[in-house]
Design a protein around this ligand. Structure first.
Ligand SMILES: C[S@@+](CC[C@H](N)C(=O)[O-])C[C@H]1O[C@@H](n2cnc3c(N)ncnc32)[C@H](O)[C@@H]1O
Length: 397
């Protein structure tokens, strides 16, 4: 039975105290409870209105606001704010149209209305002026959006079979292509850049494995690190690491780390990364043998969830010959779907990889099975309270 609003309110109060005391996971728990409270209060008619019109309109108007630079103008206007009329004039758009856009964005808490036809930015709309978040709006609306929109029709057309092929799934149905997702991105340059930028932002602010109290980096990686092993002084190789945001965060939060940090990704991605500084960037196809030998750790973040079990085994098998028994570690940073009650960040990521690549998130048992098939054994799984991603530490079996 679903909890009553009264029961949720009581939990909210208790969790509110934990939040004030800065307890780990309290913010995420409050969000979950707030969502539950809405569901317990909302009438069916309101639920349909929210899902069917209010949220699609919010997403569309955020996308439009990005195109017109409305969030930048709001941010520039500071606390004084700006009128809808002035915003329309700056954007070269119809005044009534922009007034209605702003009314809905204010009603949905994206911007704030402080007086008659007077608007100010919010922390959210101000953040949407940063390239990494702005690109998130463009990428999720233009690339992922059509795949969700077309999902019912697509599944009906294949008689509700489970799509499992990278080249034949909801993404291909929606974008009228036969290319798998990453190959399509390469041929759609604006979206390749948007995707890469958004990758550096989609979990910004959430618990990360490099945070204190998550994975004991000193104890597990630094102690026992031998700069001469393999003759190349490599602490960690980030395989499929995108633009290198994880390595930069690692070095920022642990500035005294010894050894080199190597970033590997496809040439189309690496060409946009400047080497030097904290990392060395090299193009490498992870379906081919790992060229960096005997590093302390090989790290894969949100990489394997894009591939089916057999491909995951192939990717991991390419690492084995490079690893030194008893020294090199494999670090897999992925969502582990709990057997009961996964939260919406978990289930929605499962849906995202489903519509983009016909793939899915995995349970602990499935991760263990893949690692075992590839010749690894799990040493320990590190998770953070209410965090959606875990760090699996494994070694050669
Ligand atoms: C979901 S992104 C994750 C990026 C980064 N690790 C992160 O967590 O933000 C998957 C990455 O795998 C890379 N990738 C896909 N196929 C690859 C291949 N065959 N070899 C190397 N990298 C590949 C993509 O370019 C992309 O950067």
């Amino acid at each position: 039975m679903s909890p009553t609003p009264e029961a949720i309110l009581a939990q909210l109060q208790a969790t509110g105290s934990a939040y004030s005391e800065k307890k780990p996971g309290a913010r995420e728990q409050l969000l979950n409870l707030a969502h539950s409270l809405i569901s317990s209060l909302e009438l069916p008619s309101e639920a349909i209105q929210r899902m069917g019109w209010a949220e699609p309109a919010r997403a569309a108007h955020c996308r439009i606001a990005v195109d017109l630079g409305l969030f930048e103008s709001l941010k520039d206007s500071g606390e004084l704010g700006i009128s809808g009329k002035a915003l329309a004039a700056k954007a070269g758009a119809d005044e009534t149209l922009i007034a209605r856009t702003l009314k809905h964005l204010a009603a949905m808490n994206v911007v704030a209305e402080t007086g008659a036809d007077k608007y100010v930015g919010t922390p959210l709309s101000n953040a949407l002026t940063e390239p990494k978040y702005r690109d998130g709006i463009i990428y999720t609306y233009d690339v992922a959006g059509p795949s969700f929109r077309g999902l019912p029709e697509y599944l009906k057309s294949i008689k509700y079979a489970l799509p499992t092929k990278l080249t034949d799934g909801p993404f291909q149905g929606a974008h009228k292509t036969e290319l798998p997702f990453f190959a399509w991105l390469d041929q759609s340059p604006p979206y390749l850049e948007k995707f890469n930028n958004y990758m550096s932002a989609y979990r910004a602010g959430k618990p990360s494995w490099v945070d204190q109290g998550f994975y004991p980096i000193e104890e597990r990686l630094v102690e026992g690190f031998d700069a001469n092993t393999g003759g190349n002084d490599v602490l960690l190789v980030d395989v499929g690491g995108g633009l290198g945001h994880d390595l930069r965060e690692l070095k920022e939060k642990h500035p005294s780390l010894p050894g080199k940090l190597i970033l590997q990704d496809r040439p189309e991605v690496i060409s946009a990364v400047s080497s030097g500084g904290v990392l060395e960037a090299t193009a490498h196809d992870f379906f081919t043998p790992q060229p960096v030998k005997e590093a302390r750790a090989y790290y894969l973040h949100s990489v394997l969830h894009d591939w089916d079990d057999d491909d995951c085994v192939r990717i991991l098998e390419q690492l084995r010959p490079a690893m030194k028994l008893g020294y090199s570690k494999l670090l897999v940073n992925e969502i582990i779907v709990p057997d009961r009650n996964p939260t919406w960040p978990v289930t929605s990521m499962d849906q995202l990889v489903f519509v983009l690549g016909a793939m899915g998130e995995r349970t602990e048992a499935r991760w263990e099975d893949i690692l075992k098939r590839a010749g690894f054994k799990v040493v320990h799984i590190y998770s953070y309270e209410m965090g959606s991603e875990s760090l699996i530490e494994a070694e050669l079996a």
